[in-house]
Design a protein around this ligand. Structure first.
Ligand SMILES: Cc1cc2nc3c(=O)[nH]c(=O)nc-3n(C[C@H](O)[C@H](O)[C@H](O)COP(=O)(O)O)c2cc1C
Length: 223
């Protein structure tokens, strides 16, 4: 039996992006845990099928295979974006993935329903400790202040933005904390959507782009 079957048809799609994964302390371990979950969860019929995409390993030339990425997204119920926070946002190849894969007429806009009803989960690390994300410290804003671009991307695509899993101070937190964090990550991957925190989530915000929002867009006319 193949333990990690065909890359098509995942229930959980983990998109991981780290420009120096080989030097990573935390994200490398998270990716490893996701891969282990993908392998070990498969024999149980009820377990979600998990596929992990290491963007910098897959696309060192930044030439993203958009059709392949969209094909993996289509069946997934949970889409995970796992990355270190770089300049209060996502690393560049992750951003390029968003730019190129979440296309108008596919992910949003007229006819763009491919991601509707899926869950989006941000799993991110920061170098700054939690107390640096405060009006009186050097990051000046609470970390939540940097989340609206993620939340609104989810909303525009009709996805439910789940409470992010964050590890602040990733260089310095003690190893036990990293281990606990990894364990929570792996547990959530294999148990989605049966997470206690999801019971309290509000309905999906769905921001609809009007059909005339892009008067010159060929993609809209082709629908
Ligand atoms: C280019 C770059 C930009 C960064 N920007 C931020 C930032 O905006 N906020 C922050 O807290 N840490 C920032 N960091 C630190 C990373 O978030 C940190 O190194 C990472 O989360 C550690 O995870 P890892 O062990 O997987 O590498 C940045 C690091 C790099 C290399």
């Amino acid at each position: 039996m193949t333990l990690n079957p065909t890359p098509a048809g995942p229930d959980v799609l983990v998109i991981t992006a780290h420009p120096q994964m080989q030097d990573s302390r935390v994200n490398r371990r998270l990716m490893k845990r996701a891969r282990e979950a993908a392998t070990h969860a498969q024999p149980q019929a009820s377990a979600p099928r998990i596929v992990v995409r290491d963007l910098y390993a897959l696309y060192p030339d930044y030439l993203i295979d958009v059709a392949a990425e969209q094909a993996l997204l289509t069946p997934a119920r949970l889409v995970v974006w796992q990355h270190p926070i770089h300049w209060y946002s996502m690393p560049p190849l992750m951003k390029l993935w968003v730019d190129e894969v979440l296309t108008f007429g596919w992910a949003y806009g007229p006819g763009g329903n491919a991601l509707r009803g899926k869950d989006l989960w941000l799993v991110a690390t920061t170098g700054g400790p939690e107390d640096s994300y405060h009006p009186e410290s050097y990051n000046r804003y609470r970390f939540d202040a940097f989340l609206p671009p993620y939340e609104q991307t989810a909303a525009l695509c009709g996805m439910r933005f789940l409470p992010p899993l964050l590890l602040h101070g990733a260089h310095k937190v003690d190893d036990v904390e990293v281990q606990v964090h990894e364990a929570v990550f792996a547990q959530r991957l294999t148990s989605h959507p049966d997470w206690p925190e999801l019971a309290e989530l509000e309905e999906v915000l769905c921001a609809v782009v009007p059909t005339d929002a892009r008067p010159d867009d060929d993609a809209a006319e082709a629908q």
